[in-house]
Ligand binder design. Structure first.
Ligand code: NAD
Length: 307
């Protein structure tokens, strides 16, 4: 490989080589993205909180500040709607102005919305919303940031957050977009030929605010929808039973170090479930079977507590 910063088999075995560079994390103000930023600071990366929710950005900034100060790292918080190419370009300009010459060592396209409903019921505007955030949000950063990362004289990593729903038999609009996110990462990996490392995070249920995604629905996709008591009860169960976001963050850095492309973030309470779902899907493809998702008591406890 001609480029001295190219990865060895998709791995950056010495993570300290990423230190000092920027860690841009979309959806970084909450949940998994926030946890990845916390871990990035521990690895000496400069955190960039890129999120649509300006209040949450400020809260995240305050929480990250003590650790960032200890490591002498500056925090950038930038409002962005990843589904809008113009907004992504504006973020790129702000980063370049505020951190001139600092390489982007880690780009995490993590922002996502758990929305859309069933493929029979979804309206055009629902598809536009969920594809806009979960797929085009990743595509916009790929198109505008990857060429910059290739120009810089430094090593780099790209991570996107898909889901277990991107590996098993797809369900709903969300599942369709999460499959597409995995596919985008597979295509990117092959195009990059090791120049940057590429990884796709596929978690089981995580204790975050994902169920409140409707509150972050941009006006051009119909605007925010209020949460209902049922939504709040589900948020509660996600928080009570879902795995901690820090578990996903630790797995991301482990994968960057080891070179793993698919990060199957299994929940401690549901060991092997993602592996099993992926295997069942692949066997169905190879053996003329039908789409089927094996049941999980852990997931039932979150989504169907009365069964
Ligand atoms: N929580 C889970 O159980 C779970 C499981 C598998 C995959 N995921 C995926 O993890 C990722 C992170 O979600 P989370 O669980 O941490 O949820 P979260 O709601 O806590 O965090 C998502 C963040 O994305 C931001 N966001 C939403 N729309 C945006 C937009 N258009 N532009 C920029 N930022 C936007 C939100 O403001 C929020 O801060 C998502 O892609 C989600 O699909 C979550």
């Amino acid at each position: 490989m001609a480029n001295e910063h190219a990865t060895d088999n998709n791995a950056h075995t010495d993570l300290s080589k990423l230190a000092g560079g920027l860690a841009i994390v979309t959806g970084g103000a909450s949940g998994i993205g926030y946890a990845i930023l916390e871990a990035a600071i521990e690895h000496g990366l400069q955190p960039v909180i890129a999120d649509i929710d300006s209040d949450a950005i400020e809260e995240a900034r305050d929480k990250l500040k003590p650790k960032a100060n200890t490591n002498e790292l500056q925090i950038l918080g930038i409002e962005v709607d990843v589904s809008s190419e113009d907004s992504v370009l504006a973020l790129q300009k702000t980063v370049a102005e505020q951190m001139p010459g600092v390489p982007i060592s880690l780009l995490v396209c993590n922002a996502g919305v758990g929305a859309g409903g069933s493929v029979i019921g979804a309206r055009d505007i629902d598809w536009d919303f969920v594809i806009g955030v979960n797929l085009k949000g990743v595509a916009h950063f790929t198109r505008h940031f990857i060429p910059k990362m290739l120009e810089q004289d430094a090593p780099g990593s790209f991570v996107a957050t898909s889901s277990q729903d991107g590996l098993c038999a797809a369900q709903g609009v969300y599942g369709v977009t999460k499959h597409a996110c995995v596919a985008l990462c597979e295509a990117l990996y092959q195009e990059l030929r090791g120049l940057l490392s590429v990884h796709v995070l596929c978690p089981n249920v995580v204790g975050t605010n994902i169920v409140r995604s409707g509150t972050h629905r941009p006006e051009r996709f119909g605007g925010p929808s209020p949460t209902t008591p049922a939504t709040e009860a589900l948020v509660e169960r996600f928080k009570n039973y879902g795995m901690p976001p820090s578990r996903c963050a630790a797995m991301v850095f482990k994968a960057i170090e080891s070179g793993d492309f698919y990060i199957l973030a299994e929940a401690e309470e549901d060991p092997g479930h993602i592996h099993n779902q992926a295997r069942v899907r692949m066997e169905a493809i190879l053996n003329r079977g039908r789409p089927f998702r094996p049941p999980s008591k852990f997931i039932a406890r979150v989504f169907r507590p009365d069964t």
